[in-house]
Design a protein around this ligand. Structure first.
Ligand SMILES: Nc1ncnc2c1ncn2[C@@H]1O[C@H](COP(=O)(O)OP(=O)(O)OP(=O)(O)O)[C@@H](O)[C@H]1O
Ligand SMILES: [Mg+2]
Length: 818
């Protein structure tokens, strides 16, 4: 396999980059964290997908939702491109489907299918498909820089297991274990087969015995056949005879039943004859009775009942109409009388009403003589007006009186005029005081006279108010009385009208035609009684006529009955003599058939015994037949068993051979092969490891070898020591020698692997001196691989590789420098 190029999109520090790898040795150089190891991880991912060491989280660039790796390589003269896609999920990473292009033919594949494709293309074991790690690739092609030295410090067990897996030696153990399982299952099958075939000889004897018995039984069946034929012939003859006798027996039974039916018919007819005769007698007696009765009923003409009934009905109808109108007239009269009584009662109240009217008119006259209400009101209003004026005048006089009192008091207080500020003389003061006193006095007198007037007016107003109250009471009373007078007058005029009405009612009652109606009803009742009588007589006459008709009809019926009874009696007599004749004939024939029953019974018992014998023989023959068939079936079964057991015997022998071969030879052979393979690997590996260690550490006192478990043992100055105790550079030398020896041995031994030409080393020279680096060159040259990719910080390495790819990282984006 030769890697051509790789394309990265959103892988760790790469956004989008393509790196081309030439054939020969190539150095990937760059600062710490430049993106070198990323390329190597991406190659592994492109080939095998996710594993315990390569996950989506390690590969997909932080913050990017998806990314991809595309790897182009040549293998087996095919050009292959594998593309894998990565996706970031909510909680995990996944691989979307990708594709492969083989010699320009593209095929879409799922992640799983891509891995299967790579494994088969590179000749890696198929079982890696289900595994999460890729030890073969990781030990022989590419080991991550942190894991270079791990193999030195693993436990023996782990290391051996890893090596067994890489060299495919574990398969020998599996083969041995499987051989043990196969041998044990063969033994199990043999045990089963031997228990099945142990009775084979006995089964063969049993078959022979059964065959003999079958032929004996068939011989016995053959001997029974002639007797069966004779019996069948005899049975046929007897059956025919029985058929004839059966016919005769049927005839005799028919005759017997005919005779008995003749006898019962004769008895029946005789009885009929007897009954007819006594009927004739009874009918003759009835005829004489009816003839006598007919003579007793007189002949008369039939009356028309319907017409008479109609006449009666019309009389009754007329009568009921008259009675109804009379009753109505009486009811009307009663109503009129009632009304008359009511009116008379109303007229009788006339005097009382007139009396009430004159009383009210008198009271009204009295009420009209009083002082009218408006006049009183007018007088009261005038007096109230005069009172208001007096009160006002009184107020004014009192104010003026108070003013005079105030002036008098002021005059006494002041010596100087409060307005002109001039002195007021005493005499002037006196004069003013007198003037004011005069005013005061006249005002007091005025107030007194006004108060008197006020008192008079107030009492006058009081009296007028009482008078006004009385006058309005009088008005209300006279209003009420006027209304009452009006209604009494109305009632009186009503009474006048009633008087006229009363006269009308009296006239109406006098004019009612009651007496005529009662007379007419009496006449109609008489007429109705007469008509009823006529109808009754007519009905009686008609009943006599009907009875006469019924008796004569009965008489003619009885005469008909007599004739038919006489005819029946004669026919019955004739039938009796005919039946007697037939009975005699049948009895004669029956006598001739008397011996038939005996003959039939003899033939029947002969046939029964023949049939019984035939049945016995048949039963025996069928039993023998079923015995023979049972035995044949049994023989068939034994035969099949023998056949099966013979096959089992052959299988048993084959299994025995196989089991012996596996147990005695195969397991030993496998163990031997394993030993041989292991020892040759051990020898080859040990030799290379020793050589390359010596080449890398040119120290005469130090050598290295591997013990039987492939553990590196270092001898330093004659003493054995483990790798753990060595210096950093020495440890790197051991690890590198171990790794390179492993690569070479696997490539030599496992022929199918297609990654033989390629090695990828990530920082393989950690802690090496300058001379050691020169030796590395020699060792790598010795490996003679077609493609070698090395990652290193050592500037010296640049001098012995053919190509250098420089990688730098800026603003967290890795790029290849051209
Ligand atoms: N998922 C990721 N997304 C982005 N960057 C990442 C991611 N994982 C790792 N890196 C960064 O990518 C860069 C390249 O890492 P890489 O291991 O390839 O470096 P290197 O060149 O091998 O360095 P060294 O010489 O130290 O081994 C580092 O800075 C690393 O921190
Ligand atoms: Mg690195």
């Amino acid at each position: 396999m030769l890697i051509k190029w790789i394309r990265l999109r959103n892988i760790r520090s790469y956004l989008s980059e393509e790196i081309h790898f030439p054939e020969g040795s190539t150095l990937l150089s760059g600062d710490i964290g430049a993106g070198k190891s990323t390329i190597l991880l991406a190659i592994e991912f492109a080939l095998f997908g996710f594993s315990t060491d390569v996950s989506g989280e390690t590969l997909l660039r932080n913050g990017k939702p998806s990314g991809s790796v595309e790897l182009c390589f040549d293998v087996d003269s095919k050009n292959v491109i594998i593309k894998r896609n990565l996706k970031r999920g909510k909680e995990s990473f996944s691989q979307a489907s990708g594709y492969v292009i083989v010699n320009n033919v593209k095929t879409e594949k799922s992640a799983e299918e891509l891995k299967a494709f790579s494994l088969s293309l590179l000749g890696y074991p198929e079982e890696y498909l289900k595994k999460k790690s890729m030890p073969l690739y990781r030990y022989t092609v590419y080991t991550p820089q942190e894991e270079m030295k791990r193999i030195l410090f693993e436990s023996r067990e782990e290391r051996l297991n890893s090596l067994r897996k890489i060299f495919g030696i574990e398969k020998y153990g599996v083969i041995r274990a499987n051989a043990v399982i196969v041998a044990s299952s063969l033994r199990e099958k043999m045990r089963e087969l031997s228990s099945r075939i142990e009775d084979l000889a006995r089964k063969k004897e049993e078959l022979e015995e059964t065959m003999k018995e079958i032929s004996g039984t068939q011989e016995r069946i053959g001997k029974m056949k002639p007797e069966l034929a004779a019996l069948s012939e005899k049975k046929q003859g007897l059956s025919k005879k029985l058929e004839i006798l059966e016919e005769k027996r049927k005839r005799a039974a028919g005759l017997k039943s005919a005779i008995s039916s003749y006898e019962s018919a004769i008895a029946e007819k005789a009885e009929l004859c007897e009954s007819r005769r006594s009927a004739i007698e009874a009918i003759s007696r009835k005829i004489s009775v009816f003839t006598k009765k007919l003579e007793e009923i007189p002949a008369a003409e039939k009356a028309d009942e319907g017409k008479l009934e109609n006449e009666l009905e019309s009389i009754s109808r007329e009568l009921s109409l008259k009675e109804k109108s009379l009753a109505e007239a009486k009811e009307k009269e009663r109503m009129l009388l009632l009304r008359k009584k009511e009116i008379e009662k109303e007229i009788a109240e006339e005097d009382a009403l007139k009396n009430q009217l004159s009383l009210r008119e008198k009271e009204l006259e009295e009420l009209a003589s009083g002082k009218p209400g408006e006049e009183i009101e007018r007088e009261r209003e005038e007096k109230e007006k005069a009172l208001r004026e007096i009160i006002e005048n009184k107020g004014r006089a009192s104010l003026s009186k108070e003013e005079s009192e105030r002036v008098i008091a002021e005059i006494a207080k002041h010596k100087v005029c409060p307005l002109c500020k001039q002195e007021i003389k005493e005499d002037y003061k006196e004069h003013l005081k007198e003037e004011e006193e005069k005013k005061k006095k006249s005002n007091r007198e005025l107030i007194e006279s006004l108060s008197k007037e006020q008192q008079e007016l107030e009492s006058g107003i009081k009296i007028l108010k009482e008078e006004s109250k009385r006058s309005s009471e009088r008005d209300a009373r006279s209003n009420k009385l006027s209304a009452e007078t009006d209604s009494i007058k109305k009632l009186l005029s009503e009474v006048e009208k009633k008087k006229t009405l009363l006269k009308g009612i009296g006239k109406e009652i006098a004019q009612m035609p009651k007496a005529d109606a009662e007379r007419e009803i009496g006449a109609l009742k008489e007429k109705e009684a007469e008509q009823k009588k006529i109808l009754k007589q007519a009905r009686e006459r008609n009943a006599g006529i009907a009875l006469r008709e019924a008796v004569s009809a009965q008489l003619s019926r009885e005469r008909e009955l007599l004739t038919s009874a006489e005819k029946e009696a004669a026919e019955a007599d004739k039938a009796v003599s005919e039946l007697n004749k037939r009975k005699i004939e049948a009895s004669g024939e029956l006598k001739e058939l008397e011996s038939t029953d005996k003959q039939w019974e003899d033939a029947k018992s002969e046939l029964d015994s023949a049939m019984k014998r035939e049945k016995d023989i048949e039963v025996l023959s069928a039993a023998l037949e079923s015995e023979a068939s049972l035995k044949s079936r049994n023989a068939g079964k034994i035969e099949a068993e023998i056949k099966e057991k013979s096959k089992d015997k052959k299988r048993f022998e084959l299994y025995r051979e196989l089991e012996q071969m596996i147990s005695d030879k195969f397991t030993a052979l496998v163990s031997e092969m394993e030993k041989q393979v292991m020892s040759s690997i051990h020898y080859e590996f040990g030799k290379l490891f020793q050589e390359w260690f010596s080449s890398l550490i040119e120290e005469e006192t130090m050598s290295a070898r591997i013990d039987e478990d492939f553990t590196p043992i270092i001898t330093e100055d004659g003493h054995d020591t483990s790798a753990e105790n060595l210096s950093g550079g020495e440890k790197t030398a051991v690890a590198l020698a171990y790794r390179l020896a492993l690569n070479r041995v696997i490539n030599d031994m496992v022929s199918t692997i297609k990654t033989k030409n390629l090695i990828i080393l990530d920082e393989p020279t950690d802690g090496f001196s300058s001379e050691q680096l020169d030796r590395v060159r020699t060792v790598l040259d010795e490996l003679g691989l077609r493609q070698m990719i090395i990652v290193s910080h050592e500037a010296k390495i640049e001098s012995f590789v053919e190509h250098v790819i420089r990688i730098t990282k800026q603003e967290h984006e890795s790029r290849v420098l051209n």
